[in-house]
Design a protein around this ligand. Structure first.
Ligand code: FES
Ligand SMILES: [Fe+2]
Length: 350
């Protein structure tokens, strides 16, 4: 997809936009994860959120998230280094420290520094081991972050999987996460059962932030650790909570009463690039190496990659007449309807 270059200057919009402008403005109201907190250091690193290049760096315990462009001549700050007092721009040495404020202009050491030289910073907050950011929220306002069931409970262990980059639209990825008819076909080597492809009827319920779905079925293999015990006849409950636009949690109720929650937070870097963040909590297998859980999870997402990177059209048709649907698609139809209700384009994001 070619990006649409904005011809009139708007400092709040990315220079290269891959979304329809109207969709971008709605999307920019929401919060998305942009990094693992444990990966952040003093040194600047770059990322992309909704086409906006961002730089992240630390000053002591403070995290700064700013537009990755020097206010002087637009050079990415992520090319520079933090000298302890701030990130030094590679071009003319301007330095940016606490709150993204410029604290040095080497060409004019005696001049008072105008506010025009401060970085454009963004609201952010740490939650579930992730750094969440909103391009439109006011700094200091209450962040609107999706809930993760059980994360803060004593008996649950928290794991934060390394992010996975997928070349697809976040809406297509999220829809794959809540799709219950593909387990037998895409995941026979992990948790799906190729001999159990039938999807029992299930319900969806609209909620304040999206909808929930309770899917009860006998499909359940979990070939690592404690819940390996496959038992004929048991039923698994998969409880999904979808938080629009691109986050969902899945709580799996295992046969012996143990639970695992996985959050699928698809962060839209652009209309065709998604960085997937997946915090997990569980009340079993707490002594196993976390790397085993990371590897298992990665294997599942790699199985999905083949599908989601090849779907056509690449956008998510919110106009339900464009693709064919069967009853097991109840969740995806609900997802598309609710996105449309939010005002997103019928061809989202073409
Ligand atoms: S472009 Fe950054 S200091 Fe000039
Ligand atoms: Fe999948």
């Amino acid at each position: 997809m070619n990006s649409k270059t904005i011809r009139t200057f708007d400092p709040d919009l990315p220079i290269h936009l891959t979304f329809e402008e109207q969709d971008w403005h709605i999307l920019a109201e929401y919060w998305y994860p942009i990094a693992l907190v444990r990966d952040l250091t003093e040194q600047p690193t770059s990322t992309l959120l909704l086409d906006m290049p961002l730089v992240m760096y630390k000053m002591g315990d403070e995290i700064i998230v700013a537009k990755d462009a020097c206010p002087h001549r637009g050079v990415p700050l992520s090319l520079g280094k933090n000298d302890g007092q701030g990130v030094v721009c590679r071009y003319h040495g301007l330095r940016f420290g606490h709150e993204g404020k410029c604290n040095r202009i080497p060409a004019h050491p005696e001049h008072k520094i105008s506010e025009r030289f401060n970085l454009k910073t963004y609201a952010h907050v740490e939650r579930y081991g992730l750094l969440w950011c909103s391009l439109k929220a006011k700094i200091g306002s209450i962040p609107h972050i999706p809930d993760m069931p059980h994360w803060d409970e004593m008996e649950f262990q928290q794991l934060v999987c390394p992010p996975v980059d997928i070349q697809c639209f976040a809406g297509r990825q999220l829809e794959g996460f809540i799709d219950v008819a593909h387990f037998a076909w895409v995941h026979p080597d992990t948790f799906g059962d190729p001999d159990d492809a039938e999807v029992p009827d299930y319900k969806t319920t609209e909620t304040a932030n999206g909808f929930s779905a309770d899917y009860i079925s006998s499909v359940g293999r979990y070939p690592i650790g404690e819940v390996q015990r496959g038992e004929a006849g048991f039923q698994w409950l998969r409880h999904f909570e979808v938080h629009l636009p691109f986050t969902a949690t899945l709580t799996i109720h295992f046969p012996h009463g143990t639970r695992q929650v996985i959050m699928n937070a698809a962060s839209p870097m652009s209309a065709r690039q998604t960085r997937l963040f997946a915090p997990i909590c569980r009340d079993y297998d707490k002594d196993l190496p976390v790397e085993d859980a990371y590897a298992f999870n990665l294997k599942i997402f790699e199985e999905d990659r083949l599908i989601v990177e090849n779907q056509k059209p690449e956008y998510l048709p919110l106009d339900l007449s464009i693709e064919a649907h069967f009853p097991a698609d109840r969740s995806s139809s609900m997802y598309r309807k609710l996105l449309r209700k939010k005002g997103f384009s019928p061809l989202f994001a073409a």
